[in-house]
Structure formats: C-alpha cells, structure tokens
Design a protein around this ligand. Sequence first.
Ligand code: MN
Length: 428
Amino acid sequence: MTKLRAGSATDVGRVRATNQDQMLVTAELFAVADGMGGHAAGEVASLTAVEALKATFQRKGGTEGLVEAAHQANRSIWERGQGDPELHGMGTTLVAVALVNEDNEDRLAIINVGDSRVYLLRQGELEQLTTDHSLVQELVDDGQLSEIEATVHPQRHVLTRALGVDSVVNVDVLQLLPLKGDRLMLCSDGLPRELSDLQMASVMRRLADPNDAARELVSAAMNRGGNDNITVVVVDVVDDDDLSLTASMALESDPGIQIPSPIPVVETEVGESAAGRGSKGGGRFHRAARPALPVAPTRRAITLRVVGFLVLLVALVAGAGVAVAWYARGSYFVGLNSDELTIYKGRPGGLLWFEPTVVQKTAVRTSDVLPSRLTDLRAGKEEPSLSQARDYVARLRAEKAQLAEAATGTTTTTTTTTPPGVTTLPAP
Ligand code: MN
C-alpha cells in the first residue's frame, strides 16, 4: 500500500495584515487555497473551499470525486458570495493532491484552479506539475513573454481562473503514479514569489522531515521579503508497494521492451493500447496513467529516473486529456474572427489537439461594442453555455447602444435579446 507522510507550515508574511491562505492536511487529501476579496472575504472563500473539498471528497473518493469536490467548492463559494454583499466577488485558488485507488492501483490525483502550485521532487529534480491560470502564464504560453519576464511582470498576480467567482469553473486534473521517495509540495504563490525553483529544490533535498522542509521553505520566503501570505504542504511517498523496484527490475530483465507513445486518455478508452495490454474495463484514466515500461532508443543504460519521467509525462498527457475532454463537453467562448464577434466551442487558443470550433458568427462587429471590452474578446471570453455566450454578445451590443443613445439624446430603445442578423451555422 502507498503510504504518505505530510508536513505543513503557513505564515501571514511581512506585509499583509491577515492570512487568507488555507491548508488542508489529512491522511489522504492535501490542499492549499489562497483567498482573495476585500475585508474578510478572502479568508471566507479559502476556508469554504477546503471545507467543501474535504466533505465532498470524503463522501465520493476517487479522481472524479476530487474533481467533483472542486466543483462543489466552487458552488459553495459562489452561492455565499451571491447572498452577502460583503462577500460578493470573493474567490480563491485551489490545489489539491489526493491518494486514490483505481483499477487496483494507487495513484495521486492532482487538481488545480488558479496560481497556487504543486511541485514534484523526484530523484532530486524539481518539476512544477500544475500550470498557473494567470495572465502572465497565458502570455508565456503565447510566446509573448519569457519565463524570466513573467516573474517581474506588473500583472503577474492577475488570475484567469479562480474558484467562486462564477457559477461554473474549469478544473485542471492530472494523475501521477507515486514512487517511493517522491516528494510533492503544494504552495500558495507567496512561496515562488520569493524563491526560485533552485532555492526551493535545495531546501526540499536537504531536509528529510516533511515538517522541517515546509517550515524551512516558509522561513526562507520570509527572509526574502514575505510580501504575501506563504503556505506550504509537503507530502512524502514513504512506501509505494515496491512499484519503483518492480519497474527497474523489469527493465533490467527485458531490455527489448518497446517505448509506447504517450496516449491521451480520451483516445484510448476503446481498443487496444499501444503496449498491447487489453483494457480491463476500468476507469477512464486507466490506460494512459499506466504506461508499459519504456526502454531508451539508444544503448544507454536505463535509469529509474527515465522510467519516472516517462510515467510522469504520460500522466500529464492523461491529465491534460481529461481536462480537454472536460472543456470540450461544456465550454464556449466569445472571441474575434477578424472584427466579428464569434462564438466558439472549446477553449480560447485551443488546447493540445482540440482546436476551438466556430458555433455561431454573430454579425456583431468590434465597432458595435465598447473598446474596453476588446481585451476580453481578444483573449476569448469564456461562457458556460451557448445561450450565455449569446447573452454576453447581446449585452455588449446593448451596452454600446445605450451609451450612444445617452450621448445623442435619441429615444431609440435597445434590447438585450439576440441581435438581428445573427446566423447559426450548422453544427460542425
Ligand atoms: Mn497569495
């Protein structure tokens, strides 16, 4: 059985008056949430998030239960914010790691919304597992900003996704096969804001006890400024059912094993895997999260690290596949097709092999909406449903029309229904 051991630490920092971070440490569920909102709202949001996450995950379990718990947390915060003017607009980031058992195999399920992070220290190498949902990360992904520039960008704290700010949210999910010696680290942005990856890795390698490591990370961040709340949860894999041992022995005994290409989950739910394993009819994560053992293409010796890397790679691809499938099912956005507002299905910019598809050309032009809306439109304004996307377009148009009306003093009435001239394309 996989055994985990965790340590944690948090500090308000040297600048902020209150600590709006929350953490959760149980036997098999770990989380960090970084709340935002005026007065006490940020604290309420992050606390609501971890409480709802814990309650739902304990009831449901599993990777899907974890994702559902994040959605439940989102709803809980959203509803509280709607019912109380003091709390309106509050939100929080959330990262969580859960030990799950699927298809008779222990795995770590990881979810992320916002810019808190999960790192993995494996074989001495530190890697960030989660991708920030922030403006600067999008610019980096777009090639408009380098990683270095991102760390000093004035808008580096602007989030593109958070829990509780809308009635629905997209949740990133990925899985990892836990290997003995792995060390995961969950943190709020107050940590990477002060420490480089090298500095974090050095502390994480040096201190064996997870509590010592967590405390030292927080205190190092305090010493370098403590400009934000800092929260760290360190989770060590202290036993893995000899999974890592089995992996390395199998490689030694059969160097002819072929490397399977990483296979996205969504495409491998049916049929045979590249490794020729039959499906055991298990969960949707099964195939991609459990790759056949790889071998290097050259005569170089295979190390456990290579195996670990490939397992992680495949798990990441699997996680991305699940996330993509998730969005592809229910996500719409309004973007610009030259100067026409266009409703797309998918994610702004596309994700992996899923390109957004045009659902509706609205015949509304950029000149029909306020210039201040163009930034949102260029980035792609996400809406949970097609009708909400249409409403959004209608609102933008009405807004501009009302302003024009006010300016000219005419009595033309405006409407918030679908604008004339809207054409619906046949489904792609
Ligand atoms: Mn923060």
